[in-house]
Design a binder for this molecule. Structure first.
Ligand code: CO8
Length: 258
């Protein structure tokens, strides 16, 4: 499928999606978020894709929702259109792992988009922030909610109330990103992590993602039970027999997603 605001390449079972509105630092508009949702939907259906990586440019992962597109809108406009809800849902629906590879600015909706991924790998140039308070609004796609869960209330409040940015080192310390790498190596590192995941059995990977996601929505005892039941369920797969037999035989497992 041909896209205007993103570039999609699939190689070695990894779908790499580059946000591509360089003239506005990859600001997110309906077209870009719609195309991203469609590309992830295609990736979900494509058996050759096992993992997705979303990245931006050296300067910006994404500098937020497109302010020029939003500036003249009224409450009635955004409420009636349910601004960004269908697009966010399309992006969040994928069951395959998604890695965000962030260099430069990830601000507002850009930071929120990165947090929708399963984990974030940051370049040492990355800057994260929720500056909506400076625009007379507030985060609307998870910046007050996901950020608080990821970095804790104190730091999230500091970020969303002051609108300040956090550099890559602070983001790693705070648990927002899984690792920081030199900017030049960002995409290579993210693709490397994606290929490593792509080698695993897809059933284990899908069960792990679903369990971690569901755990966010559940009380601890229910989350632990869900985890245990998913663990039990994997004993119904050939991959479990293969993985454990390969360990005992001292060889690499050949997972068949069965
Ligand atoms: N929207 C539109 N255009 C943008 C945006 C944006 N978010 N960010 C940058 N641009 C444009 C600039 O207007 C500029 O265009 P032009 O060349 O035509 O003037 C171009 O990109 C380059 O930007 P700058 O000249 O400003 O570059 P600098 O290097 O000086 O600064 C910054 C880079 C720091 C990233 C700066 O551009 C900036 O502060 N951008 C805005 C960041 C921001 O406030 N983001 C939050 C937006 S609101 C939001 O994301 C809400 C999401 C929640 C939606 C949920 C709905 C339910």
């Amino acid at each position: 499928m041909a896209y205007k605001t993103i570039i999609v390449e699939t190689e070695d079972n990894v779908c790499l999606i580059r946000l591509n509105r360089p003239e506005v630092m990859n600001a997110l508009n309906l077209e870009l978020l719609g195309e991203l949702g469609a590309a992830l939907g295609e990736a979900q259906k494509n058996d050759k894709v096992r993992v997705c990586v979303i990245t931006g440019s050296d300067k910006a992962f994404a500098a937020g929702a497109d302010i020029k597109m939003m500036s003249e809108k009224s409450f009635v406009d955004v409420f009636t259109a349910d601004l960004f809800t269908p697009e966010e849902q399309a992006i969040s629906r994928i069951r395959k792992p998604v890695i965000a590879a962030v260099a430069g600015y990830a601000l507002g909706g850009g930071c929120e988009l990165a947090m929708m991924a399963d984990f974030i790998i940051a370049a040492d140039t990355a800057k994260f922030g929720q500056p909506e308070v400076n625009l007379g609004v507030m985060p609307g796609m998870g910046g007050s909610v996901r950020l608080t869960r990821l970095v804790g209330r104190a730091k999230a409040m500091d970020m969303v109330l002051t609108g300040r940015m956090m550099d890559a080192e602070e983001a790693e310390r705070a648990g927002l990103v899984s690792r920081v790498v030199p900017a030049k190596k960002l995409v290579e590192e993210a693709l490397g992590a994606a290929r490593k995941i792509a080698e695993k059995g897809a059933l284990s990977v899908m069960a792990i993602k679903e369990t971690v996601q569901r755990a966010d929505e559940m009380p601890l005892s229910e989350a632990l039970l869900f985890e245990r039941r998913m663990f039990h369920a994997l004993f119904a797969t050939e991959d479990q027999k293969e993985g454990m037999t390969a360990f005992i035989d001292k060889r690499e497992p050949q997972f068949r997603d069965k």
